[in-house]
Design a protein around this ligand. Structure first.
Ligand SMILES: Nc1ncnc2c1ncn2[C@@H]1O[C@H](COP(=O)(O)OP(=O)(O)OP(=O)(O)O)[C@@H](O)[C@H]1O
Ligand SMILES: Cc1ncc(CO)c(N)n1
Length: 270
């Protein structure tokens, strides 16, 4: 039976990040995608112009409609925008969700715009991250969650240990903000797994974090271990960035391309 994946995230009007990136990833990887929209953004590849939060009643309404009919095989959260929304989503998932949960603690857009209120961070730490199968901060987000500065790979490991103290089953610190490479670190409480990635020379990285966390949700829905899911999701994303480097959309940070995968041989991905 087809696997069903749910994203709880913000809408990106330009289609490169947020719910739109998530649904494209779910589809490209052969799963059925569903969405609960937490906020609307008026944004494009150059910046975020406006943000409007969806009401708590409407967020609860979307989640209740989904769970009363179609039970997700995996869930990811993206931009949750404010403290109330983090609390609402955590409260609902606590009592209704049994599927693997990927928490992408989105704080700032690629273009630099703030996508999360300061007060929401405490709710992430206390309510949502403890429910996560995997939490996927980039380096600045990992600094906020761990309370330490990250300059070296050793720092990334130490920060991962601190974030594990918040109670997720695993943490993946993404290295896209480093200058020389795109190495990610996964820590499951026992072992550090290193995913060395080639840094592709391109500005077209709009939606990388959203795409990675969605691909992780897909592979967890399909029953892969967190370590295997991380390797496969990175492979999918690297292909999508490589294609974006030669296929620019928009005038700023172009979106990653999901088309590269269509028609690819599944066997080659595994
Ligand atoms: N230029 C690049 N080449 C290859 N991989 C990259 C590049 N930039 C980012 N990545 C990879 O993309 C993933 C997302 O990392 P990043 O640190 O950019 O996350 P993010 O900041 O949350 O993304 P977003 O910009 O969408 O918010 C990681 O696996 C990272 O290694
Ligand atoms: C809606 C939304 N979610 C996440 C990101 C992070 O890139 C973004 N730019 N917009």
């Amino acid at each position: 039976m087809i696997k069903k994946c749910l994203t709880i995230a913000g809408s990106d009007s330009s289609g490169g990040a947020g719910v739109q990136a998530d649904l494209k990833t779910f589809s490209a990887l052969g799963t059925y995608g569903m969405s609960c929209i937490s906020a609307l953004t008026a944004q494009n590849t150059q910046g975020v112009d406006k943000v409007e939060n969806v009401s708590q009643a409407m967020i609860r309404g979307q989640l209740a409609a989904i769970y009363s009919d179609i039970v997700p095989d995996a869930v990811k959260t993206g931009m949750l925008s404010c403290r109330e929304t983090v609390e609402t989503v955590a409260g609902f998932l606590e009592s209704h969700n049994q599927a693997p949960l990927v928490v992408d603690p989105v704080m700032v857009a690629t273009t630099g715009a703030r996508l999360l209120d300061e007060e929401a961070i405490i709710s992430y730490k206390e309510r949502l991250i403890p429910l996560a199968t995997l939490v996927t901060p980039n380096i600045p987000e990992a600094e906020v969650l761990s309370g330490m500065a990250i300059h070296t790979e050793e720092d990334m490991k130490q920060a991962a240990e601190k974030i594990m103290g918040l109670g997720p089953k695993a943490v993946l610190i993404k290295g896209g903000h480093k200058v020389h490479d795109a190495t990610d670190f996964l820590y499951d409480g026992e072992t550090f797994h290193v995913f060395r990635g080639e840094k592709i020379d391109t500005e077209n990285t709009h939606g990388t974090g959203c795409t990675l966390s969605s691909a992780l949700a897909v592979y967890l829905a399909q029953g892969y271990s967190v370590v295997r899911a991380a390797a496969l999701a990175k492979k999918y994303l690297t292909g999508a960035i490589r294609k974006a480097a030669v296929e620019k959309v928009g005038h700023g940070h172009g979106p990653v391309s999901h088309f590269w995968f269509y028609g690819n041989d599944w066997g080659k991905m595994k």
